[in-house]
Design a protein around this ligand. Structure first.
Ligand code: ADP
Ligand code: ASP
Ligand code: MG
Length: 401
């Protein structure tokens, strides 16, 4: 008998009809002889009463919440969802037990809003499974050794599921969501995006890091460390979805350099002109930003100018961090980063020239670019993101079978 972790995202647990689908998935898994651990996200999206963004809005409107306050209220969304899901499962004749992240053995560091899991003690969950109980675990949260409730970063219920999968030695971690699997692009932006049946951990990690919100990058990282397959699939159909595993377990038959296109919205580009060879100033710029907790990306350093991008919401923090330095920083808000990703581009010449050609044809101006062995990223105006994503998707043959 294997243990399977089944995680259900916010839209999968939003209504009673949807929760009935969840019951069906749990029963189907049990009927195959498996032990099931359920992980749930908060119910619904912004505007719905117990959604994460709604709860955040509540404390933001009330006054000046601390990071600890925000985690405290955000964690409630998953707790409510857990109790509701457990009641639904009990009505269906199962024996569920709702658990907070901490009760499920998840300990984290003390970084509010983006805590990292430090340890998972599976002993209690294992004892529940032995008794035929279905643990229903609140995703996205843990507790620090200081005794604080912490959250794991937006989208972090995936991380909970993967961490529990690793700790329990699960055969599979199933991520149930509102799309049929991981697709060649976000279907909200590219209607002709296709579901990918098999993907390598490395590709999905890159996709998730470059903005494909369908799975959290830390969930991929955790599963990859122990080679636990992740399956991303729909709560609302029986389609097989996407299996994410080690590349050696399957043959990449696509033969294309690019597997998918991803995008990140609301980034700001910072350009700082510096007198040449002022190494001390260069160091000051990046250390001040690091001390202020501003993470930089798409970094381009030359003697005369330093360019990088930051999340738009961190622009005020970055301005304050740089204020006392002898320099002028130019902030360009309203940008987006679009990336093409694929293990097939490793060592293949001409991928950048195809990116440039596709974007040129679509009339999209590249403001900056960067690459790694699995990705090429370009910075563009946010207004161009749909045209750019669709053009790249078409140009790399992702719109056709
Ligand atoms: P959940 O609440 O189930 O965790 P999310 O909203 O976090 O759901 O993730 C699912 C959404 O991710 C989809 O509705 C889709 O719009 C978006 N998405 C972005 N990129 C991709 C992609 N490459 N493949 C599939 N979905 C994607
Ligand atoms: N509810 C949390 C969020 O909206 C975690 C998750 O859905 O995975 O970010
Ligand atoms: Mg999610």
């Amino acid at each position: 008998m294997a243990t399977i972790v089944q995680k259900f995202g916010g839209t999968s647990v939003a209504t009673s009809g949807m929760r009935e689908r969840v019951v069906g998935k749990v029963l189907a898994c049990q009927s195959q002889g498996h032990d099931v651990v359920v992980v749930v996200s908060a119910m619904g999206r912004l505007g719905e009463p117990y959604a994460t963004d709604t709860l955040l809005g509540l404390v933001n409107q009330a006054g000046t919440p601390s990071a600890r306050d925000r985690d405290f209220v955000m964690a409630c969304g998953e707790l409510v969802s857990c109790a509701v899901m457990a009641s639904t499962l009990r009505k269906a004749g199962l024996n569920p037990l709702p658990l907070s992240g901490w009760q499920a053995g998840i300990m984290t560091d003390n970084t509010f809003g983006d805590a990292r899991i430090t340890t998972v003690d599976p002993t209690y969950l294992q004892s529940l499974l032995k008794q035929g109980i279905v643990p229903v675990v609140a995703g996205f949260q843990g507790a620090s050794s200081e005794g604080n409730i912490t959250t794991l970063g937006r989208g972090g219920s995936d991380t909970t599921a993967a961490a529990l999968g690793v700790a329990l030695g699960a055969a599979n971690v199933e991520i149930y969501t509102d799309v049929e699997g991981i697709m060649t692009a976000d279907p909200r932006l590219v209607p002709e995006a296709k579901v990918l049946s098999f993907l390598d951990y490395g590709e999905v990690f890159q996709m998730a890091s470059q903005g494909s919100k369908v799975i959290h990058p830390r969930a991929v990282e955790l599963a990859m460390q122990r080679n636990i397959p992740l399956v991303v699939r729909s709560t609302f159909s029986d389609a097989p979805g996407t299996t994410i595993a080690n590349a050696v377990l399957y043959e990449n038959k696509r033969g294309q350099p690019v597997t998918a296109v991803a995008h990140i919205l609301q980034v700001a580009r910072v350009s700082i002109a510096t007198p040449s060879d002022d190494g001390a100033l260069e160091l000051d710029i990046f250390s001040r930003l690091a001390e202020a907790g501003v993470s930089v990306d798409l970094i381009n350093v030359s003697p005369e100018v330093k360019r990088f991008i930051i999340p738009e919401e961190a622009a005020d923090k970055a301005r304050a961090a740089l204020r006392t330095l002898p320099l002028t920083a130019e902030f360009r808000c309203g940008c987006a980063k679009v990336s093409v990703i694929g293990t097939g581009m490793r060592g293949v010449p001409g991928v950048m020239s195809r990116v440039v050609a596709a974007l040129r044809e679509a009339g999209v101006r590249i403001l900056q670019s960067s690459d790694s062995h699995l990705t090429i990223s370009v910075l563009i105006d946010q207004g161009d993101v749909e045209a750019a994503t669709q053009a790249l998707h078409r140009h790399f043959g992702l719109s056709t079978e």
